[in-house]
Design a protein around this ligand. Structure first.
Ligand code: IMP
Ligand code: MG
Length: 176
């Protein structure tokens, strides 16, 4: 059976929600600078759109982690593939993720980043699948959408590196 994509969240819905998140962040960080950390590659479309909707000064940095799994779930073994370019010392940091699933990737990443001396650190994710959580203690500060336990693609999210460029969030149907 061939793969098809069923729209879960349209481009308009996604962008409307990101605009609201940007406004919320702009309010919460009034008078401050915000340092956004994008978790590559999935977080990149979300971070760009979010940054455009933030009105306080923004700086950006990128990191890439691999969780040893190319299929539909993370293994729990997380490795930094590309580290940040800049120090986090004294910065008001927001970690921007595409999706939180088991929570393994994020809990590992947040532990590492907290040790680098940010003034504050919050977590912003476009999507959350709370039913799938296996790791406690990942607190989401800014959330786009809670979604059911389905494998989604688009807006940066991939299935075996495909579909990241879809401008909406969809569910993969008919995949092995
Ligand atoms: P976690 O460590 O299980 O929370 O997995 C987080 C990572 O797995 C995300 O950053 C994504 O890269 C990937 N992932 C989890 N669920 C999905 C999904 O539904 N679609 C695409 N990627 C996903
Ligand atoms: Mg990711």
């Amino acid at each position: 059976m061939s793969e098809t994509i069923k729209v879960l969240l349209s481009e308009e819905e996604v962008e409307k929600r990101i605009k609201a998140l940007g406004e919320q962040i702009s309010k919460d960080y009034e008078g401050k600078n915000v340092h956004l950390i994008c978790v590559l590659k999935g977080g990149v479309f979300f971070m760009c759109e979010l940054a455009k909707n933030i009105t306080v000064p923004v700086s950006l940095d990128f990191m890439s982690v691999s969780s040893y799994g190319d299929g539909k779930s993370s293994s729990g073994v997380v490795k930094i593939v590309k580290d940040l370019d800049e120090s986090l010392e004294g910065k008001d940091v927001i970690v921007v993720e595409d999706i939180i699933d088991s929570g393994r990737t994020l809990s590992y990443l947040l532990e590492i980043l907290k040790k680098r001396g940010p003034k504050s650190m919050k977590l912003c994710t476009l999507l959350d699948k709370p039913e799938r959580r296996v790791v406690e203690g990942v607190q989401v500060d800014y959330l786009g959408f809670q979604i059911p336990d389905e494998f989604v693609v688009g807006y940066g999210l991939d299935y075996a590196q495909k579909y990241r460029n879809l401008p909406y969030i969809g569910v993969v149907e008919g995949a092995e």
